[in-house]
Design a protein around this ligand. Structure first.
Ligand code: ARG
Length: 561
């Protein structure tokens, strides 16, 4: 039941304005006592030569509908108060009928590659990569719910001059056993050591360059080491992805595009877009903008060129309707260049490319930097969160079956939810205690609320009571508050998918949980009377939507905790 649409239709029958215009004008009265929707009449004053107060009164007098308990003029507005009982009944019936598919809709279709996570091999995955991973994953699930086919691409950073340095470092200080034991940590240490030593002994840099050259030329030893570094790094990354419950459709990283850049460079040349600037090959970005570098003066290709090749490859492979890059805000300029160059090459689909940026995570107000050792280790964060969850369960619910799984769902859920609950472009300071906090606006709070609803349903089953699915009748304000949120869910999903913004769903789930907890505190749900089935319908519908909201965020919803 779409009450807003109904308002639009009712108003549309009275005034000479297009539907879209009416939809855009409708407001929510600040004071809920004045109604649920308000249509302002100011725009009509000119054409009707009347004052808006009079117009509002005339319109209101003409209207009546079963779906609204009241339609009246309030000053220059026509206000609509939803028939609460009707909203509750229709919404709960819908949620129970569709179950987890409630909120499914078709806003579009076709492939949507999502470039996400994309850590660099032989380096610890950063908080930024974690953000990209969980934001991208939630966007993928949300897009799937509204009809698209997401394709999660992990564009691994597995190529570049730094791998020459890494090979040189390994040859000097490396040891196979250590790399096998703790690959990323040790490879990373070699790399850091290389930089320290190179400050004292610049010939090391030449060695690094020489190894990179060998790698480019396909020297067997160089290629073998590079392949090995890549493989062991991926094993480390996959451990984190498994913890998070996230998988990818493609791991085609930077190296895959090595042989696909020259054709792009040739094409740029053919189209007359390349020109020389201080020995480098560049494309003009327009008045007052720095040109985009395509080939460096030493002949090596760069990040942008690779991304051009990757974008063209993805278009040919997936024929996408949109393509997203979930990458930190600090790379905004890079994606502007990517789109501009593609546009100049004549690819109209460049307009379907979206950089989906997110804010920076700092620690103690400082930027995190792997090089300077100011790092947060993700494995550790996840482990800490899970063990804290485990402790809480041991205290609160020592008899719980499946403790391990629940502790995992709650701990990891806390980390993911923490990352998703703020607008993605907000910067935030990382504070482990804050991340593993389970009270207040947190994932565990939403999970706990859902488990509470499930517990009510279990108790009801023992009393041989179950949720009604039809002719549901509830009238109290607490039930209305919950049902109103439930009714909003499809619109929430639509907004989250249009804005590529998981926080819309996270904030919504917190709000729904709060409203449900108020209901729970104020209404005796399990009293066996003729309305128990109606109340259970509300409990079950709430659990369905909380579970689905969490699923869209990539968070599990244990039935008991
Ligand atoms: N590996 C890069 C980094 O860690 C991110 C890659 C983002 N994706 C892309 N297509 N450029 O900064």
């Amino acid at each position: 039941m779409d009450f807003k649409k109904e308002v639009v239709e009712l108003i549309g029958g009275q005034v000479d304005l297009p539907q879209e215009k009416i939809t855009a004008l409708i407001e929510r009265p600040k004071n809920a006592k004045l109604g649920d929707y308000a249509f302002p009449c100011f725009v009509l004053a000119k054409t009707l030569h009347k004052n808006p107060v009079e117009i509002a009164k005339n319109i209101a007098d003409q209207l009546s509908s079963e779906d609204f308990s009241e339609i009246k003029a309030v000053g220059p507005y026509v206000n609509f108060a939803i028939n609460h009982q009707k909203l509750i009944a229709e919404t709960l019936t819908m949620v129970l009928r569709y179950g987890q598919h409630y909120g499914d809709q078709t806003l579009g279709k076709g492939n949507v590659p999502i470039d996400m996570s994309s850590p660099n091999i032989a380096k610890p995955m950063s908080m930024g990569h974690l953000r990209s991973t969980v934001i991208g994953n939630s966007i993928a699930k949300t897009l799937a719910k509204v009809g698209y086919t997401p394709i999660k691409i992990n564009y691994i950073g597995d190529y570049g001059t730094q791998f020459g340095k890494l090979i040189a470092a390994y040859k000097h200080w490396g040891n196979e056993e250590d790399v096998k034991k703790d690959p990323i940590m040790n490879l990373f240490h070699y790399y850091v050591k290389f930089h320290e030593e190179a400050e004292k002994d610049p010939t090391l840099d030449d060695e690094g360059r020489a190894w990179f050259k060998k790698l480019e030329d396909g020297d067997p030893e160089a290629v073998k080491l590079w392949q090995w570094f890549r493989d062991v790094s991926l094993v480390d990354f996959k451990r984190i992805y498994d913890e998070l419950g996230i998988s990818f459709d493609s791991y085609k990283g930077e190296a895959f595009f090595n042989d696909k850049m020259q054709p792009v460079i040739d094409e740029l040349k053919e189209k007359g877009l390349l020109h020389e600037s201080r020995g480098a090959q560049v494309v003009d970005m327009g008045e007052g903008e720095n040109p985009a570098m395509i080939v460096k003066s030493d002949g090596t290709s760069i990040y942008l060129t690779r991304d051009l090749a990757a974008a063209i490859y993805r278009m040919k492979t997936y024929h996408f309707v949109k393509m997203l890059y979930v990458v930190g805000n600090e790379q905004a300029q890079h994606f502007v260049e990517l789109k501009t160059v593609l546009k100049k090459m004549g690819y109209a689909w460049a307009d379907d490319i979206y950089h989906v940026p997110f804010g920076l995570i700092t620690q103690g107000g400082k930027k995190l930097s792997t090089r300077k050792g100011n790092v947060v280790f993700l494995d550790q964060v996840l482990r800490d969160a899970v063990s804290l969850a485990q402790k809480q369960i041991e205290q609160k619910n020592p008899d719980l079956a499946d403790q391990k799984q629940v502790a995992h769902d709650v701990g990891v859920g806390a980390v993911i939810f923490h990352d998703l609950k703020n607008d993605r472009t907000d910067n935030f300071d990382f504070d482990l205690e804050e991340v593993v906090r389970f009270e207040g606006d947190t994932g565990p709070y939403v999970q706990y609320t859902n488990a509470r609803a499930q517990s009510v349903l279990r108790k009801a089953a023992k009393l041989k009571q179950q949720a009604k699915t039809k002719a549901i009748s509830l009238t109290d304000d607490w039930a209305f508050a919950v049902a109103k949120d439930l009714a909003d869910f499809p619109e929430i999903v639509a907004r989250a998918s249009e804005k590529f913004e998981p926080s819309v769903i996270a904030k919504y789930s917190l709000d729904l949980a709060k409203k449900f907890n108020k209901y729970y505190a104020n209404v005796k749900i399990l009293t066996v009377d003729e309305q128990i089935g109606d109340r259970l319908a509300l409990v079950q519908a709430t659990s369905i939507v909380l579970t689905e909201s969490l699923r869209l965020l990539g968070v599990n919803a244990p039935k008991e905790m």
